[in-house]
Structure formats: C-alpha cells, structure tokens
Ligand binder design. Structure first.
Ligand code: LMR
Length: 396
C-alpha cells in the first residue's frame, strides 16, 4: 500500500524545530518559529493564565463534549475583542464566531467553508506570505496565486503592485490579508493604504480573509485591530481568523477562532450552521482547557487588565531587541545599514539574508531562521544577541 509513498519535505517553519532539537551546538539559538521567549530564553507562562487556571482548579468541572462551535463565553469574548463589545455587528448578531484550533484552525475552517460557497474562486496571498497560507488554501482545493507585497530592493511594500493586482482580480477572489505584524516581512500597511485596499476589495467584490495572529504585538491591541473596524465600516462581508497562541503564550493549547461578518443575523445563523458541519466532519468539537483559560481572562476585568499589561511587556521587549540588534550588528562589524529592523513590527525581521547565508548560519553557528531570511526577534535576549550578531556578521 505504501510502497510508492514519497517522503514529504520538512515543514519550512516547524521542521526547523526538529533540526534545532537535534543540533548539539551548545550556543544554538532558535529564531525559526514565531514564538516569544523572555529575556532568560524561557517560554513565559503568563501570570493571567496562571491566575485563571487557579480559578478553574478551585471549581473543577467534568469534561463533557463542548458544543461544535466551542465555549459560548469564549466565542463571545473573541467577538468582542475582534469587533468591539458595543459594535454594531456584535449587537446586531451578524457575526458568526467559532472556537478553532489556533489561528491555523480558523483559516482552515474558513477555507473549507469558502470552498463550498465559492468553489471556483482563486485565492490571492501576499508575496511573500506565511509559508502555510499557500499550502493550507491549496489543500482546501483552491488555486493559490500571489499579489505583490514586498520589494527587497527598497525594503518596503510594493503598494502600487498590490493595488493593481487587487484591481485586476476577478470578482469573488479570496484575498488573504495580514491584519497586523505581517508575517514574514514585518511591514504593515498604513491606515491610508488600508483604506485603498478596502475600497478595492469592495469595488471588485473580492472576499477579504484577514489573518490576525499577532494582535497586540505591533502597536497595541486596539491599534492592531483597528483594520477590522475599517472593513466593517465599508459594508463588506469578510472573514477573520484570530489566535491566542502568541498573545497568551498558549501555543500548545491551540486556541484561536474564526469570525465571519455576514449581512444579517439570519445569514450569520446559516453561516454558523455550515461552519459547524466543517468542524464536525474534521474533529467534531474543540478541546476545553485553553478556551476556558482565555475566556476566563478576557471576561474577568482584573485578569484582562493583567493580560494587557503582560502583552505590552512582550511587545516592548521585542522592540528593545530590535534596537539592540541594529546596534550590535554594527558593533559586530556589519557595514550595511540595518536600521530597517526597527521599522519592521511584530515578532519577525525579514533580514534580507539569502538562503545560503541562512543555511550557513544554521550549519556553522547553530542560529536558526527560515530559508527566506526571516528571523524571530522575539526569541532574542540579552544573553544570545551578541552571539547572533557576530554570527550574522560572519555570514554577511
Ligand atoms: C510562524 O510563522 O512561525 C508561526 O505562525 C508558527 C507556525 O505555525 O508557523
């Protein structure tokens, strides 16, 4: 049966974790996957999470099946966070939200549902995009193409190219957009550029699908989520997948969501019924623990305040690492201007290093980033940054 099965290539991001684990270099540094580590190189267990878990343990509950769409209090907390508790879409009940297995799960539920609604649509992703976007939408049965996004020569966004591609896309094309902290480049659209993108998706009747996996890591929770309000105001139906992997440091709990903004409450009820079929036929219903933690934090005012403070702490430390990286690369002897690193936002820096240089960094120095030159600045700390800078200086 399996004689002809070929060995699949390693995952370009998660595959690096496997390589990293097997690396015996004592100085190794993992800047591959998008994970935040504290200044001691430790994965944080947020205090708000610990407090929520304590509350949960004080009132232990039996573990029956969750509803197919997840914990009701979680779904409503996601809705409020994404759209605003007092927003018109939430109040009028025209958002269908389901708990999902991380942001990836939200994308996949949305992709499978869209494939039923728009079987002939193409999907457009940014060039470059998160490596899994193409694979995920292709697996769902779509033809995936890219719109221009990043220009290496001037280290910035090819906005004209992006807009032209959107203005030429056939009606019904699904456009995957990064709500904030663009992965992998770290370059986000300005509010004025978003206005133009939104006008284009509306005029062409495209289907916006926002991926918001890094809310709170750019400028702040509100600021990073502001684009959602802009889409709402434009009167379009759209999708948004969210993730608490990074913002709650709950990577392994797989807590995310998918929200679909519909035209009416009745439409939202019908869309929700279809999302539930996608979930039921994939994994039946989501797990309890992570969703309960997040719902407890978001729905308990003191814990919510604590979460916002802890998230701000992560955001500030990443920014400090960006500044330190620029300075220390200079100290390590790098001649070229690396100040672009401080203009990028979110967890990543698109370093501009070529694949061969990234391979050398891995093989000779144990410094892991993706082949595309993406490095996770959120994994740098005051102890490993000098070594990383010296290693980069050597391969440059
Ligand atoms: C990343 O881009 O590194 C993260 O989103 C983790 C992942 O699943 O790829």
């Amino acid at each position: 049966l399996f004689q002809a099965v070929e060995m699949a290539p390693r995952d370009p991001i998660l595959g690096l974790n496997e390589q990293f684990a097997a690396d015996t270099n004592p100085n190794k540094v993992n800047l591959g996957v998008g994970v935040y580590y504290d200044d001691n190189g430790k994965l944080p267990l947020l205090e708000c999470v610990q407090k929520a878990e304590k509350l949960m343990m004080e009132a232990p509950k039996a573990r029956g099946y969750l509803p197919i769409d997840g914990i009701a209090a979680y779904d409503s907390a996601v809705k409020s966070l994404v759209f605003g508790a007092d927003s018109e879409p939430v109040k009028s009940g025209r958002v269908a939200t389901v708990q999902a297995l991380g942001g990836t799960g939200g994308l996949k539920i949305g992709a499978d549902f869209l494939r039923k609604v728009r079987p002939d649509a193409k999907v457009l992703i940014s060039d470059p995009s998160w490596e899994n976007h193409r694979a995920l939408f292709s697996q769902a049965g779509f033809t995936v193409e890219a719109y221009p996004y990043y220009v290496a020569a001037r280290r910035g966004i090819d906005f004209d190219g992006m807009l032209t591609a959107l203005n030429m896309a056939p009606q019904g094309t699904v456009v995957v957009l990064h709500a904030c902290c663009h992965n992998p480049t770290g370059y986000d659209l300005t509010p004025a550029q978003w206005d133009q993108v939104i006008a284009a998706t509306k005029a062409r009747q495209l289907v916006p699908f926002l991926d918001m996996a890094y809310q709170g890591f750019g400028q702040g929770i509100q600021e990073d989520g502001a684009v959602i309000g802009k889409f709402v105001a434009s009167g379009q139906d759209f999708f948004v997948s969210t993730s608490f992997s990074k913002s709650f440091s709950l990577y392994g709990e797989r807590v995310g969501g998918l929200s679909v903004l519909c035209g009416t409450k009745d439409e939202a009820a019908r869309v929700l019924s279809q999302l539930k079929i996608v979930i039921r036929t994939n994994y039946s219903n989501p797990p309890i623990h992570g969703g309960t933690v997040v719902a407890t934090v978001l729905n308990t005012p003191e814990l919510r305040t604590l979460w916002e403070k802890e998230l701000a702490g992560m955001r500030v430390r990443i920014k400090q690492m960006r500044t330190a990286l620029v300075e220390k690369l200079k100290t390590a002897g790098v001649q070229q201007d690396m100040s672009f690193i401080t203009q990028q936002v979110g967890m990543f820096s698109y370093s501009g290093l070529a694949k061969e240089q990234m391979v050398r960094l891995r093989e000779e120095f144990g410094v892991y980033g993706t082949d595309t030159g993406r490095m996770c600045v959120a994994a740098l700390n005051s102890k490993n940054i000098d070594y990383v800078c010296q290693s980069i200086a050597k391969v440059l």
